[in-house]
Write a protein that binds this ligand. Structure first.
Ligand code: TYD
Length: 223
């Protein structure tokens, strides 16, 4: 499924059987081929079917800024311009995220700030000093902070093998680069906001792990 249609067919479901108990902002992160899109969608469907109010979204967005970002990863505009395009797309996404979080829903987002820290953090090496710190500094004042970030962790070789047959490959999907991205994710995931999932398993097993962590962390938060 294309991300461009994601928000249009994002689902909000309230079943009469169960009361919604999970709310907050959860992001899914990982290298290409880690299965974030499939797993986040599966988690969204499973929780929605249980009566949770779920809003499933992702980045790059369905907005025109998301289209600009997609152009940027096909035609190289350079690491600085590319970084600010990803940030602009995220800034444009804020209003929608705030609205759904504010309505007490569980917002699940396929890629968010940590994607920029991990990918553009690698792209900006040697261009600016301490790239991740720089990107954080320009993000923090306006971005909604996730309550929980799930890192779907797979070795870069596995990620690349999984996406080998895709027709719409992007420029970042190259082993040496993905190793740097994976290393950045490993550093970022030391934060308490993170939970690490073993994404070498099947999508159902990874989704099950994700649900356990979401329930544990978000229930505790809202008790
Ligand atoms: P991906 O999740 O693969 O989206 P889609 O398959 O719908 O196009 O993201 C596309 C690429 O963009 C992926 O290689 C990661 C990269 N990316 C960044 O470099 N920085 C970011 O901030 C985001 C959101 C994505």
């Amino acid at each position: 499924m294309r991300r461009a249609t994601r928000t249009a067919d994002a689902f909000i479901c309230a079943s009469p059987i169960a009361a919604a108990v999970l709310k907050g902002f959860v992001t899914f992160e990982g290298i290409d081929g880690s299965g974030k899109t499939t797993v986040s969608r599966l988690v969204a469907e499973t929780l929605a079917a249980r009566g949770e109010k779920v809003f499933w979204t992702g980045e790059p967005t369905h907005l025109w800024t998301g289209e600009a970002v997609r152009r940027a990863y096909h035609d190289d505009v350079g690491p600085v311009a590319e970084s600010f395009l990803f940030l602009a797309d995220r800034a444009a996404h804020q209003e929608e995220i705030r609205r759904h979080v504010g309505a007490g829903e569980l917002v699940l987002c396929d890629r968010y700030t940590d994607s920029t820290y991990a990918y553009q953090g690698a792209r900006l090496e040697g261009v600016v000093d301490r790239p991740i710190a720089f990107l954080r500094q320009v993000t923090r004042p306006w971005a909604v902070t996730p309550d929980l970030t799930l890192l779907l962790r797979v070795p870069p070789e596995t990620g690349l093998r999984r996406i080998a047959g895709r027709p719409d490959r992007v420029r970042f999907e190259e082993l040496r680069f993905l190793r740097r991205v994976a290393k950045n994710y490993d550093g970022l995931s030391k934060s308490r906001r993170y939970a690490i999932l073993d994404a070498r398993e099947t999508k159902d097993a990874v989704a099950a792990q994700a649900i356990v962590v979401i329930e544990r962390r978000l229930r505790a938060r809202h008790r």
